[in-house]
Ligand binder design. Structure first.
Ligand code: ASP
Length: 448
């Protein structure tokens, strides 16, 4: 691999939850000269029952807006930051910054301002600990008045500020509009800030440090000890994220993708593990190719299917359009539409149709007079994703054989034209077992 000169490194909330985590972060950063632009999240949970600073800040804002007293909740926030500063024996005393945030929250600050202070204060602490300059994200991340990120303006501001700097700490999750009002991304948005900084400084790699050793082939709550994925393409990650694998904020991919900067997901608690590389493309002869046919399995419960049957449906011009017009009219988006000669099914999220089922059915009935019309609940969608499928024969046969052996009934199959994924509809009750069977077929049995 070519020598890497410049990395942007983003650390998630659990990586900066207390002083001990800060120590790990510092040793990661100082281990390589290339780790020069650092994007922190707010302190996250220290244990499963703990509360994230961001959530406490949202509570303060709500309490203040309802005319309540924020002292108790803010006291907990203050204690967390003070403890980190004290344990690390920082030269910086966060008291003044905390007092200012407290006053602003008490006086009715906006929700976005409140939430952003978690990253802001953590950035001040981390900058002092690393002895790196602090750059306030409000100066370099620009939003328009509707709260939409302005990419060009952000790139110009970041470049103007960071170009002459050797290193910096830039807090994640927020920026500001032209008038200086603080605006945040949606939850988990520090990932986006990291990606923006990586693009602005033309980083060779964007390292995203979290608490798992990369993107896993399957959900570890379903498959114990699921293997990490070595290399995944942006497209594959998008497919998996869409189907429920939560790794990175969805919008974090686009800024770096435009520059071809790979993202490396790493584990702060296991810094020697290589993690997962998210790359633009990968080929069989590249040294990163792992050889597995499938890259990952993800899925979600909570779908339903509208099943429509009508004799001679295939000859009836405009049948499909009429059905879909009903959904369009009711502003309902659907996920898939498998069809047969005289049948079609529309798979949708339960949420999309909840409370409006009968109206939808009666409108469809009126539009196309079907012979049979029903709605089926309790459906899961499972996606098997892999760039390796394109060059491998028999992938579908192996998937369905593994399900057949487990006596799992497949309700729908959809293979996209890109041959990057196969989506399978199942009953909710079969979902977990299906994931395990497919994992066993492709990963456990070919483990290297
Ligand atoms: N602290 C924010 C959140 O909890 C943003 C982030 O961590 O990326 O969502």
């Amino acid at each position: 691999m070519a020598q890497v000169y410049l990395k942007t490194v983003k650390f998630g909330g659990s990586s900066l939850a207390d002083a001990n985590q800060f120590r790990k972060v510092k040793s990661i950063i100082t281990a390589e000269e290339s780790r020069r632009f650092v994007v922190p999240s707010a302190p996250g949970k220290r244990s499963a029952s703990d509360t994230k600073i961001t959530d406490m800040l949202y509570s303060c804002q709500k309490i203040a807006a309802e005319g309540g007293d924020i002292s108790e909740v803010f006291g907990k926030i203050r204690a967390r930051y003070m403890e980190i500063a004290k344990e690390l024996a920082l030269n910086f005393d966060p008291t003044d910054a905390l007092d200012e945030v407290f006053e602003n929250l008490k006086n009715g600050a906006t929700k976005d301002y409140a939430a952003s202070r978690g990253e802001y204060l953590n950035g001040l602490l981390l900058a002092s600990y690393l002895e790196y300059p602090f750059v306030d994200a409000a100066e370099v991340v620009r939003f328009d008045e509707q709260g939409v990120l302005m990419m060009d303006a952000t790139m110009s501001l970041m470049r103007a500020k960071l170009n002459g700097m050797d290193c910096a700490v830039i807090p994640g999750f927020y920026g500001a509009d032209e008038k200086g009002n603080v605006i945040t991304f949606s939850r988990g948005g520090s990932d986006i800030t990291g990606s923006l900084v990586a693009r602005a400084v033309h980083a060779d790699i964007y390292e995203n440090w979290t608490d798992v050793s990369g993107v896993l082939v399957a959900d570890p709550r379903i498959v114990a000890n699921a293997a990490p994925i070595n290399t995944i393409t942006y497209e594959e990650l998008r497919e998996l994220s869409y189907m429920g694998a939560s790794v990175l904020h969805e919008d974090a991919i686009f800024p770096v993708r435009a520059e071809g900067i790979p993202i490396n997901i790493r584990n702060t608690n296991e810094p020697d593990a290589p993690g997962t590389m998210i790359v633009a493309s990968d080929s069989e002869d590249s040294d990163t190719f792992t050889g597995y046919t499938i890259t990952g399995i993800a899925g979600r419960k909570g779908f339903c299917a509208i099943n429509i049957q009508k004799a001679m449906m295939n000859g009836e011009i405009g049948f499909c359009r009429k059905v879909l017009s009903v959904l369009e009219e009711m502003n309902i988006s659907f996920e898939h539409m498998p069809s047969g000669i005289d049948t079609m099914s529309i798979i949708l999220h339960e949420d999309a149709i909840h409370g409006r089922e009968q109206t939808v059915l009666s409108k469809i009935r009126k539009a196309v007079s079907p012979d049979h019309l029903e709605i089926e609940h309790g459906i899961s969608l499972l996606a098997v994703v892999g760039r390796g499928m394109r060059r491998t024969r028999g992938t579908a046969a192996r998937i369905f054989a593994s399900l057949a052996h487990a006596r799992i009934n497949v309700k729908m199959i959809d293979q996209g034209s890109s041959e990057l994924n196969i989506i399978i509809g199942l009953l909710d009750g079969d979902f977990e077992e299906a994931v395990r069977r497919i994992y066993d077929m492709f990963v456990s049995s070919t483990m290297k």
